[in-house]
Write a protein of this length. Structure first.
Ligand code: TXA
Ligand code: MG
Length: 361
């Protein structure tokens, strides 16, 4: 791998029919097979892919993102049948979860197979694996014919990309290609579930809800309980991975009120008015139904969609954060959406985007 000055001509590959015969998909697959870096769409966010069996190609991911090697990558497969190539053993619970949730936004942490080089897994003995629920991603994985390691295709610590334009904003000239298939449907990353421990533990809430997981595995430990037990864990990889408090973050200061409804909106209004009185420029993230809540206060509102549909909110969250971030505002105010269903993943991402700090109302 070259030095950090290494430049790439980033190819923009526009998906047409989105199957294995699509010229863009074929080109992207060929690049992956040759050890190059290709960003591709999934149902959650765009990933930055490399052949997971090719240590040098995988090292390129860390270099392009500016990501520390201590943060392990998720390996993407075209189907659960390919699991034995990446996992040293597959517990029966993993088989049941894969049947229920794959293709889809669930990453399972499993014992790592020898064919997967340590660089993928931050040197640890486990590996994260998922089969993405996106036709173009699946076609690409089939054409590539190799397991594909892929973190979110953003610069380290920045907001995850949900469009090809977001990918290019962060990585143009640093990667070989981006496969463009339009915006992602879910918009926040997969749920990461460690099934190497008993009971299984959610390391990151995401596109598969805790409620849905518990229908298959009733004893799943939620992320708050996991946070506490992580500190007690002996495995450094289990303690560290991607769990930095400041993550998914815009450049602009973000103030999140950990509440929703009238109280949260009143707190956002008061905060906005105080900032405006200091001469600051203010943005706000609001659900469609709340768009009038800051009427008369000169703030820039980014709408997230209906608060009766939290998937709509999650689909919009990162794009809305990026839109406000580009305006060079002084502060953005936001609120959470409860802890149920997709509310938990939204809560987690909003908290991290606010550097781990939230305010009560
Ligand atoms: O939806 C997603 O998961 C997207 C798309 C592209 O698949 N990928 C993604 O990757 O979000 P990334 O690298 O941004 O986040 C992966 C998360 C990190 O928090 C990482 O620490 C955790 O999964 N992870 C990966 N392998 C792990 C392992 N072996 N043990 C514990 N955590 C792991
Ligand atoms: Mg990421």
């Amino acid at each position: 791998m070259g030095g950090s000055s290494k430049r790439h001509q980033t190819e923009r590959l526009h998906v047409q029919q989105g199957d294995m015969a699509d010229p863009a998909v074929r080109r992207a697959g060929e690049l992956l097979r040759e050890g190059h870096l290709v960003a591709f769409p999934t149902e959650t966010v765009y990933g930055l892919g490399a052949d997971a069996t090719h240590a040098e190609a995988v090292a390129g991911i860390f270099q392009a993102k500016g990501r520390p090697h201590s943060d392990p990558l998720i390996v993407h497969l075209a189907s659960a049948e390919a699991l034995p190539a990446v996992a040293a053993s597959i517990p029966p619970l993993a088989v049941r979860l894969a049947k229920q949730f794959w293709p889809g936004p669930l990453t399972l942490i499993l014992p790592r197979a020898e064919q997967i080089p340590p660089v993928v897994a931050a040197g640890g003995t486990t590996v994260g694996v998922r089969v993405p629920g996106h036709a173009v991603a699946l076609a690409l994985l089939r054409v590539a014919g190799v397991p594909v390691a892929a973190p979110s295709a953003n610069r380290f610590m920045h907001t995850s990309p949900t469009t090809a334009a977001h990918v290019l904003a962060d990585l143009d000239g640093r990667i070989d290609a981006v496969l463009d298939a339009g915006p992602c449907a879910i918009g926040v990353e997969s749920t990461v579930l460690d099934v190497t421990v008993s009971p299984p533990r959610v390391l990151r809430p995401g596109g598969v809800t805790l409620e849905a997981l518990r229908l298959v595995a009733p004893d799943v430990v939620g992320p708050e309980q996991s946070e506490a037990s992580k500190l007690a864990s002996a495995d450094p990889v289990a303690r560290a991975p991607g769990q930095m408090e400041r993550h998914y973050a815009p450049r602009t200061r973000l103030i999140v009120f950990d509440a929703h409804g009238a109280g949260a909106l009143a707190a956002m209004r008061a905060e906005a008015e105080a900032a405006l009185a200091r001469g600051e420029r203010v943005g706000a993230l609001l659900a469609d139904e709340e768009a009038e809540a800051l009427a008369g206060v000169p703030v820039t509102v980014a709408r997230l969609g209906s608060n009766t549909n939290l998937v709509e909110i999650s689909r919009r969250l990162y794009a809305a954060l990026r839109e406000l971030d580009e305006l060079g505002l002084d502060v953005i105010v936001a609120h959470t959406f409860g802890m149920e269903g997709m509310g938990l993943a939204l809560w987690d991402r909003l908290r991290r985007a606010a550097s781990g700090e939230m305010r009560g109302v």
